[in-house]
Design a protein around this ligand. Structure first.
Ligand code: UDX
Length: 428
């Protein structure tokens, strides 16, 4: 059944959600206050790099399933289904900045005259959807005119289109059973089991799932520290752990740690939420401590080799927080670069997609050119092209012979055969 849907907020989640719902056969209107953004999207310019997203947007724009508009009020009036996908940044104290959600609620108060199913996709702290429900009533919308649904997304940047088309579950948080059929009709073309829970339950599922994945990463990073001291190869450990079906192979790649717009923010938000209820979240705190100190392990090893970093020319391969994205939010690479700059190093960088960052470094268009006269190379993001490197060519460009593998993507023996010194944590 074709439904008319308004997606409020054209950030990462909003754009992907809108494009996919359109591709599932619905008529989708993506709205945003940002006139320039909407203008660009209307002209077919997609502001983020996400494999397959641009094609999806262009195809659905062409067949009139997907529209972009700044006229939020009239679109809301027209659509019975509203998705909230606005940003929820974290405040200094760890609480969430709900200004954008508040603005949406104010617009709803001025606009809603017929029934709306209001679906929150933005990641919000436990209790926020209950608060949205209550606030809308307090602001004057009759409770019979809307249902609030929490429907978190679990998409990974770089795989967002695939993840949304092939979810392993659809989580729905509701206050009553009334909107469940609407959601099922919305996603009728997706084949995934439904997990139906309370509004706050759905919010918690999202946080628990990101916190668990972050925990797996910090766990393997802690194992790497111990393995390093005992001269053990960490990828053997991860490989063996991963073969245990109870553990599973994913998120066991040790290295510089996790970055991105979700894990760091969500783990610290969950810590905040726990502390609000006087619970000390010891695991979450340890997970963050391990992640925060992981970069230093690599810097310390590099400094030991180079005696000091002052004036040293260091090339960093990879700026994005992970491969297949242009996103540098909380990127371990940028945090690492910042620390290297503070130690007086001169930084040259290469990334297949990211060509501009606000750092005093030189970004090159060619990964080998970036190595000219370098004392050391650091691999900070696991892009595929860094897995198949012409080490002879690297040797020809570099002055020094140090290769730091921050993502465990190269075989130490191969680089050592080319007379490089390999730096990693627990790599043999
Ligand atoms: C994550 C969740 O996977 C997704 O379900 C949620 O909706 C949003 O947060 P994303 O931030 O796109 O997605 O990236 P993800 O692929 O999960 O990687 C996060 C970070 O962890 C990256 O910096 C990555 O390099 C790092 N990572 C991942 C590791 O260090 N080791 C691993 O084994 C896996």
């Amino acid at each position: 059944m074709m439904m008319k849907i308004c997606v409020i907020g054209t950030g990462y989640v909003g754009l992907t959600t809108g494009a996919i719902l359109a591709d599932l056969g619905h008529e989708v209107f993506c709205v945003d206050k940002d006139k320039l953004k909407i203008e660009k999207l209307t002209q077919g310019e997609v502001p983020i790099y996400e494999p397959g997203l641009k094609e999806l947007i262009l195809r659905n724009k062409k067949n009139s399933h997907l529209h972009f508009s700044t006229d939020i009020q009239s679109v809301i009036k027209d659509c019975p289904i509203l998705f909230i996908t606005v940003g929820t940044p974290t405040n200094e104290d760890g609480s969430q900045n709900l200004t954008a959600i508040n603005d949406v609620m104010d617009t709803l108060v001025q606009t809603v005259t017929s029934h709306k199913t209001i679906i929150t996709k933005s990641t919000v702290l436990p209790g926020t959807n209950e608060w949205i429900q209550q606030s809308l009533i307090e602001k004057g919308i009759d409770s019979s005119l809307f249902d609030v649904v929490s429907n978190p997304e679990f998409l990974r940047e770089g795989n967002a289109v695939f993840d949304m088309m092939n979810p392993d579950k659809i989580v729905i948080g509701v206050k009553s059973s009334k909107p469940i059929q609407v959601i099922k009709a919305l996603y009728e073309k997706l084949h995934a089991p439904y997990i139906i829970t309370s509004l706050t339950g759905a919010e918690m599922i999202k946080y628990a799932s990101n916190a668990f994945l972050a925990t797996k990463i910090s766990f393997i990073n802690e194992m790497a520290r111990i393995c390093d001291a005992y001269g053990v190869e960490i990828t053997d450990i991860a490989n063996a752990l991963g073969r245990d079906k109870r553990i599973g192979p994913s998120f066991l790649n040790a290295g510089l740690g996790y970055g991105g717009s979700c894990f760091p923010k969500d783990v610290s938000a969950l810590e905040y939420a726990a502390k609000q209820k006087r619970i000390v979240p010891e695991v979450l705190m340890a997970v963050q401590n391990v992640n925060d100190s992981q970069i230093n392990l690599y810097i310390e090893k590099l400094t030991r080799k180079l005696t000091n970093l002052d004036g040293k020319k260091i090339t960093v391969w990879g700026l994005a927080f992970k491969p297949e994205t242009d996103d540098t939010r909380e990127s371990r690479s940028l945090i690492l670069i910042n620390k290297l700059l503070k130690s007086g190093a001169e930084i040259h960088a290469y990334d297949p997609i990211v060509h501009l960052i606000e750092f005093p470094i030189t970004i090159h268009q060619d990964m080998y050119e970036a190595l000219k006269e370098a004392d050391a190379l650091i691999i900070a993001t696991e892009w595929d092209q860094f897995k198949t490197v012409d080490w002879k060519k690297v040797k020809g460009y570099m002055k020094g012979n140090i290769v730091v593998d921050g993502r465990n993507i190269i075989d130490p023996k191969i680089v050592m055969n080319h007379q490089f010194e390999y730096i990693g944590v627990a790599r043999q």
